[in-house]
Design a protein around this ligand. Structure first.
Ligand code: ZN
Ligand code: ZN
Length: 344
């Protein structure tokens, strides 16, 4: 397609084209990636979300546009596809490339973007002393965090998510507007200063005073308690997987006497330690790479019952294993029953 674009518009002259991309394109850092690509090619124009996907409007030298389109196609593999490319008369005025406000006309034909587990970069920030978001369990970026769970309407923009009520602080605003920043146009951007905070509620639903809710939850788990942990996409009921009495109590309350529970582990080494292995090769890599980090079925080597092992799915889950900022209480494991609920 790029080659034919070059052939039919091969001369060095100003052209303008509008490219529509459909599929899962919103909430995955696609607009920032298109922005960087266009700037690198020195093209003017804009990128914006629409009710059908993403619209890219570029103006510049025809051959440059052709190579831009080829690279754009490479940016949009899998469940994203270039739906159309339309050549138009250049306006001759597009010198800069911008991320524009979303278009809200037409019929919504979008595939909902799934929630995405906290990425490695965010996890590193969460655990890094001195980082702006150190210990902030609700951190996200342009490629990770809740999407489907928090979207109220499309196109996907902060004002149409449950984050709408949280005004950005100056620092988050700067990150949101800086093209080189990981959080450039990250609609879920938040920090301890401006974003939502964790809270603890007792069994009766009443608020419980807690200076550090993660530490409080970790302490409750350590003491044999059962914690309903709100994460990406709903609640997990969790208890200490090494505490037999707590597991019995969780099973009793859930009326789930025999069905295996998933065990949440910090990393692949810990997964192996609790007997996670799989007959298919590459399963470990799948476990690490799964965007939504579901519990993977596993077969324990001590007993032959099937169980499951999963990496922390959300940043609060990850914090539970090693609650920052003070020293982690060692690698703990939590057994959980996935209680996913939409929490719009
Ligand atoms: Zn991230
Ligand atoms: Zn902030």
């Amino acid at each position: 397609m790029a080659a034919s674009a070059t052939a039919s518009h091969g001369s060095s002259r100003l052209r303008r084209c509008i490219i529509a991309i459909e599929g899962v394109v919103q909430g995955i850092g696609f607009r920032p990636a298109v922005y960087r690509l266009a700037v690198r090619h020195g093209l003017g124009g804009s990128v914006r979300n629409s009710l059908q996907g993403v619209l890219v409007d570029v103006e510049g030298d025809a051959t440059v546009i052709a190579s831009f389109v080829a690279e754009l196609d490479a940016l949009a593999p899998g469940n994203r596809r270039r739906a159309s490319i339309t050549w138009q008369e250049p306006r001759g005025s597009a010198s800069a490339f911008t991320v524009d406000a979303s278009l809200r006309s037409g019929t919504a034909e979008l595939s909902p973007t799934p929630d995405r587990a906290t990425c490695e970069d965010c996890l590193a920030e969460l655990m890094r002393p001195g980082d702006h978001r150190h210990g902030y369990a609700l951190l996200t970026c342009s490629v990770c965090g809740p999407r489907f769970t928090i979207v109220r309407a499309l196109p996907y923009d902060r004002e149409r998510t449950t984050m709408a009520g949280f005004a950005l602080c100056a620092r988050c605003r700067r990150e949101y507007e800086t093209p080189s920043d990981r959080r450039f146009h990250a609609e879920t951007i938040a920090c301890p200063r401006c974003g939502p905070l964790l809270a603890v509620r007792g069994a009766d639903g009443a608020p419980v005073a807690a200076a550090d809710p993660i530490r409080t939850a970790a302490a409750a788990l350590r003491d044999g308690g059962i914690v309903g942990l709100k994460g990406i996409g709903g609640y997990h009921l969790a208890c200490d997987a090494t505490n037999a009495a707590a597991i019995v109590e969780l099973r009793r309350r859930k009326r789930r006497e025999a069905k295996p529970l998933a065990v949440m582990v910090t990393d692949l080494a810990a997964a192996r330690a609790v007997g996670h292995h799989h007959r298919r090769r590459g399963a470990a890599a799948q476990l690490a790479g799964a965007a939504d980090r579901p519990a993977r079925e596993a077969r324990g080597h001590r007993d032959r019952r099937r169980g499951g092992a999963g990496l922390p799915r959300s940043r609060s889950h990850a914090s539970l294993h090693a609650p920052p900022p003070s020293p982690a209480p060692g690698r703990r494991r939590a057994a959980g029953d996935d209680e996913r609920q939409r929490d719009r």
